[in-house]
Design a protein around this ligand. Structure first.
Ligand code: ACO
Length: 325
């Protein structure tokens, strides 16, 4: 049995925040943001709209496409770093919203690699025969954990959710392989220092703005390109293929320069690289399933196409998945 993606779904908040809008909030400009990141606009949640809301809508859309009832789902894994609560998991809230009463539900923390990690875990459960149907979700409201006074980071991120239904199916189509890696020696190049149990919400912590995402962009950039390239090659080599066999490369949408540098190292032509970072910014765990859903609904993917997902994020974490559609 293979794990096959039988439905995709996504949810983008309605509110659009353009680079021009950002010029009114911080000392930045459209030209800087576009040149350095390729981002022109991003979506931002409304007041009272949370990660679980985006995740629930994305999951409903994926279930509808798959023709699967929520009660048939055995497992929900939700990749996120902007959960509704520290605990319980946002996946449990989504389970309740969907009425997926037979599912085991939990969150997975692997930052921008969250979706690929979750896909890997759910695929293993299906291949082992322990479960038959899973929902894999990447959902973020990063607008709530970025520092809107820090121009180095706040221009990069957005809010979104994407989801897939995975089902056990015979045949050659489905997830061919997944590869995941971590290196905790880089943990503080990209992280949110507060407020876990190590940095409690003290008045000093609030003053130091330690609740917000911190990043050393230059360092992240260098390692990201290297690891994204390595783990993409690992995926095709493992399957006895080359990059020429890949029909559509769906990388984590961090920023255009990371995407272009990785695609160049992999000798992938522009026509095979899916890009939507210009419209949505970096939505962490949500970027790959949102891009997949867009490509799928736009008819850009045909049966038996080879897709390559490639992710890198805080931890550091990175991973890839090769899929025969
Ligand atoms: N507007 C205008 N100027 C800015 C802005 C801004 N929004 N942000 C920073 N600057 C200024 C800096 O203050 C600096 O000015 P200075 O020289 O006077 O000190 C100047 O621009 C250059 O700053 P750098 O940090 O050197 O700019 P760089 O070319 O490295 O680009 C960027 C920064 C875009 C963050 C880049 O390092 C990058 O893409 N890093 C990857 C990080 C990333 O994508 N992280 C996402 C999470 S990880 C992931 O998803 C893979």
């Amino acid at each position: 049995m293979r794990a096959r993606i039988t439905g995709t779904g996504s949810c983008l908040p309605e509110k659009i925040l353009t680079n021009k809008d950002l010029e009114k909030i911080i000392d930045t400009n459209d030209e800087w943001i576009v040149t350095r990141t390729g981002i022109r606009e991003r979506r931002i949640v409304a007041e009272g709209q949370f990660t679980s809301d985006l995740a629930t809508t994305a999951a409903r859309n994926a279930l509808e496409m798959a023709g699967v009832q929520a009660s048939e789902i055995d497992l929900i894994i939700l990749g996120t770093i902007s959960a509704d609560y520290p605990w319980p998991s946002t996946a449990c809230i989504v389970q309740q919203n969907l009425g997926a009463k037979n599912a085991t539900a939990f969150d997975l923390s692997a930052a921008c690699s969250g979706f690929v990690y979750a896909l890997s875990m759910a695929t293993a459960q299906i291949e082992s025969g322990r479960i038959k149907k899973a929902l894999v979700i990447g959902a973020e409201t990063l607008s709530r954990i970025i520092d809107w006074e820090d121009r180095n980071t706040c221009v990069l991120f957005g809010d979104a959710a994407g989801a897939v239904v995975l089902e056990a199916k015979p045949g050659d189509q489905g997830i061919l392989s997944t590869h995941t890696h971590s290196d905790g020696s880089y943990f503080n190049l990209l992280y949110q220092p507060g407020f876990g149990t190590r940095h409690m919400p003290t008045p000093e912590g609030l003053q130091e703005r330690s609740y917000f995402l911190k990043m050393q962009g230059n360092e992240v950039f260098k390692v990201a390109v290297r690891m994204l390239t390595e783990v993409a090659l690992e995926a095709v080599t493992h399957n006895g293929m080359t990059m020429a066999d890949v029909d559509l490369f769906i990388p984590h949408q961090a920023n255009i320069r990371i995407l272009e540098a990785t695609a160049k190292r992999l000798s992938l032509p522009d026509s095979k690289v899916y890009i939507n970072v210009d419209r949505f910014g970096n939505t962490s765990a949500a970027t790959i399933p949102v891009a997949l859903d867009e490509a799928n609904r736009a008819g850009r993917i045909k049966a038996n196409d080879i897709l390559l997902f490639d992710a890198f994020g805080g931890g550091f974490t990175w991973g890839s998945a090769l899929v025969r559609w």
